[in-house]
Design a protein around this ligand. Structure first.
Ligand code: SF4
Length: 320
């Protein structure tokens, strides 16, 4: 189902003459990669000096690579599955990225193309966007590639957006960013659906409602949270938020941690500004007792700006 490019991985291991290799994969690929490690180990069966280690922790995106841990363990090569390199994440050890392209059989592929062509015709040629896993099979549609959590799409002539991929995060992100319906097609299940305008409006109303709560009860103290995950460690944003809090004379506590979770945010504050993955405030807020804001929402609150702006990570965020 997924092309894990075993030949290329073996060539890279041979090229770097590595002995200790660390494999990292997101949840959905971990079992596939476990089997992959067994196959690679068989290839190197005469090499008793080699170690193949699975990273048991998270791999939320290319923002979350375990290179520092690999460095600490003396790893020679990190093989990271499921994501493309991000321009603002520079690994500290040699790293191979394996995109894990979706690899359907011929019959299924023909069905996929038939479905897509029908949708394109019916919706007057919408702009196509996808993630790295589907880039290879969609080349003929010249799709926009969504990297990390940025929806860099140019929407000319008010065309619709067709997101081709699995999961709801990316099409929701596009819908929130462009404030419009997004058509979705899942090539694995063949399911076609759409993110409706009401859902988009509901999201914006909810987020503005959360910001408005702070006008009713102005926060006495704010936790400013930074993650040490390399592609989420937005030090520039962290500093900017702290600068604003100082200027406005609002008490704060800077908090730095790896994994942001409800168990880890236990402080005596009224709200947290999460200078890490935008999904924590936007998707997971329900699991937290305190108000969570993205840095953009925090600035909207300070500036009394009610034009909702979606938080997206950019290379500038990392400037110290
Ligand atoms: S949404 Fe979060 S986990 Fe996904 S790439 Fe962006 S920062 Fe990483």
């Amino acid at each position: 189902m997924w092309d894990l490019e075993r030949g290329r991985v073996i060539r890279e291991i041979l090229r770097c003459r590595g002995k200790r290799i660390l494999f990292q994969a997101p949840e959905g690929l971990k079992l596939y990669v476990e089997r992959e490690i067994e196959a690679i180990r068989r290839y190197f069966k005469d090499r008793e000096d080699m170690e193949f280690i699975m990273w048991g922790g998270s791999a939320y995106g290319a923002c979350d690579i375990c290179d520092r841990e690999g460095k600490y363990l003396g790893v020679d090569l990190l093989v990271h599955y499921g994501h493309e390199p991000l321009p603002y994440v520079k690994p500290e050890i040699p790293t191979v990225y394996v995109s894990a392209y979706y690899n359907p059989d011929r019959e299924h592929l023909i069905e996929i193309y038939r479905d897509i062509d029908r949708i394109l015709k019916e919706y007057h040629n919408p702009v196509v966007a996808t993630t790295i896993q589907f880039k290879r099979i969609l080349q003929l549609y010249n799709p926009y590639l969504i990297l990390g959590c940025r929806g860099d799409i140019r929407l000319e002539n008010n065309r619709d957006i067709l997101y081709i991929g699995s999961g709801r995060f990316h099409p929701l992100m596009l819908a929130y960013k462009f404030r419009r319906e997004v058509l979705t097609y899942n090539p694995i299940s063949g399911e076609f659906s759409r993110i409706e305008r009401e859902e988009v409006e509901g999201f914006i109303r909810r987020r503005l409602g959360i910001i408005s709560k702070l006008y009713l009860n102005p926060p006495r103290k704010i936790g400013v949270v930074l993650s040490t995950k390399k592609g989420q460690c937005r030090t520039g944003v962290f500093k900017r938020v702290i600068g604003i809090l100082r200027e406005k004379n609002i008490e704060y506590i800077p908090i730095v941690l790896d994994e942001i979770s409800p168990e880890n945010l236990v402080y005596n504050v009224d709200a947290y500004v999460i200078c890490a993955c935008p999904r924590i405030a936007l998707d997971d807020y329900i699991n937290y007792k305190k108000i969570l804001l993205t840095p953009r929402e925090f600035e909207m609150y300070i500036n009394r700006d009610f034009q909702y702006q979606l938080d997206e990570i950019s290379p500038e965020d990392f400037k110290k």
